[in-house]
Design a binder for this molecule. Sequence first.
Ligand code: PEP
Ligand code: MG
Length: 838
Amino acid sequence: MTKSLLLAAPLAGWALPLVEVPDPVFAERMAGDGVAIDPTGSVLHAPCDGEILDMKGAQHAVTLRSPLGIDVLMHIGIDTVKLGGAGFVPLEAVGAKVEQGQPLLRFDLEHLARRAPSLVTPIVLASPGTILTRTIHRAVRVGDVLMEILEGEAQGASGEAFTEETRREFSVPFEHGLHVRPGALIAAALKPFSSQVTILFRGRSANARSTVGMMSLGVRCGDSVEVQAVGSDGERAIEALEALLAPAPRARASRPATKASGHRRIEAAIASRGLAVGRAVQWTRTEIAVAERGDGEQGEASALDRALATLRSHLESLQSQAQGERKALLAAHAELAEDPDLRSRAGEWLRRGKSAAFAWRQATRAVADGLAALDDPRMRERAADLRDLENQVLRVLAGKPPSSTREFEPGSILLADDVLPSQIISLDTERVVGVCTARGGPTSHVAILASATGLPMLVAGGASVLDIAEGTQVVLDAEHGWLDVEPPPADLAAAKQAMDERNDERTADLAAAGRPSVTRDGVAISVLANLGSLADAHLAMQRGAGGCGLLRTEFLYMDRREPPDEDEQAAEYQRIAAALGGKTLSIRTMDVGGDKPIPYLTLPREDNPALGMRGLRSSLWQPELLRSQVRAILRVQPAGQCKVLLPMVTDTEDLKAVRAIIDECAQSLGVPAPAVGAMVETPSSALLAEQLAPLCDFLSIGTNDLSQYALAIDRGHPELARRLDALHPAVLRLIALVAEAGREHGKSVSLCGALGSDVDALPILVGLGIHEVSATPAAIPRLKRTVRNLDARECRDLARQALEQSSAAEVRELALYARSRARAASTSEEETTSGGWP
Ligand code: PEP
Ligand code: MG
């Protein structure tokens, strides 16, 4: 009878197939079949009981004869023979009889990492034997089962050798390539078979039973892959894949309208991260009927004033229970309800005999339409605020409560053309679990509110969002950016499980938010907050922010007709500084002008405002406003808590001109000059970062604008929203230049664009040398936990690979793969009681 034996992992680390070993002798199984481990531990243990047959002269490899008589060769690292034994300490001698788990050899990981091309350690059968099962593509601890082996060359049912190999080429038909769901389908199809099945693509390979492994290959729709099956039922295993994969030749497949599993998927932009499973509810906003003629000017005017007063007190009572963004939004609405300009515009219509509702609608729409026509997305959001206000006042005039109080069933996922901020605020998040809109933008006010309430939300999904029938089961995946319509039960179950895990994670992250964020190998990564108000500062502190990396001051004074004076600004900055409890506060000078007009700064009309007088250019055009802002910043106590951050720097000329103004302000106040940082958000400043770095105290990368200008995509463009991804390799190469310039000149480099809030991007950013991010407060706890699970050395490898990709989609795939590896590593760390991960 054929005997079998379990081989235990002799090292802690990441198990991978031999084909991934960077040495053809092992990758092509010339030295025997087996598995490799990328080690994190530094002691080699016996994988089974046996006798030490050989220990190479250079002590870099050990061969153990197992009880089956099969020899197991363990080769520490690649090309380590050249080290002549340096860095290795044998713990047993040739001829010793050892037990499974007994330490055999100690090696110096640091020493080897510096001198050998790779630490990957192949563990192969050096004499005839058959591998029945093997563990690959996951973290292993010492003693975990690594392989099950059979003595001799075992024979299959029909007498053929198990090592028989079948290969076939396929073209991948899945719309998004070999992604999670296609991967799961392939793995499920292979369940009945015992052969080892591998997908080969462009010189790389992955276990066809590992979704994560397959995803890491970056196979896209229409690509040709080779499938290799080793084992007696290999032929049948490959046949089973025929139903899923189309045979080559490989003319690029047309994009199927449905997923391979037959259900519909709608791609959309992520507005608020998260996952939700529920039933579709079409959420239409019914237009309120308005009579044009009024019943006399006086009566209509008092009806309008009463409605406005009712709305104000409603908003104030909501404000008293709210915090953060929600509170700020309610305050903004309450202010709009008091706006004298709007009221006087309505008064004009009332004088012409129109009804209160008609007059109010005309007044708000005139202003909202003007704002919506501007190129600036933030102004378009303010137009949405005004429409929201219109709606609320009309509801009150019609005798209804100000916001819609429609009752939703528990587990509702709301689908709409677009939504208003007040609609998001009014939602009962116990019942509504997600929102997806046909239009909208991922950086809108609505998106910020949804994030603040933790409500998963997708936007810009297109008109098909509105075709989904009420009650349809949907999975809203705002981690990847799609809505699955009527997915199969297996997908539903997987999504529910992922949701439960995410909820547990969120609770744990918040509890740990106060802990430092240091990588596993000891690199401190600061996680600061982006702020737009005092309320944000309070929220940021609750979320464990290490300070503020970006205060967008233009948000503080957008509605004003007069510029805020120096005293008023000093008082506001002081309040925010105090809320941060002495932690760094980087105050950005006003980033206005061009497409972001403010009433108190008259700038010339421009055809292409994104390329015109904005940021620093408008500040230098009217330097008095800049002077009063800099003086206000310099007055904040304690001195030194505030830094000055300059938006839209193009080159050193900009920087020198502003520094002169800042120095002059400091001198006149008799205080030391503050630390000054340049925002790198134009390709020009990224390319010239090495010239900018010596002239400033720190650099801060604004990836929102940097990607807009580098990729030539308007950041508010609704159709192109999904293509504007700052993980594009072109943007990453610019970030790498800036990080390099900072390193060379000893200046810190922070990143404050939305990419800094993206947990998937974080490992790549760390790998590029970014050691400080400034993020939306809600994202901070998860970012900090992500940092704690990273290894900066692995991040560097990842960043190198990311820079070589050719699209943002490919970088995202890579980032996703890294995330699953990090997750596996952290799980392994939690489970490990001794040895294992560092
Ligand atoms: C950026 O451009 O990335 C940035 C942080 O500035 P803002 O989004 O305010 O333009
Ligand atoms: Mg910017």
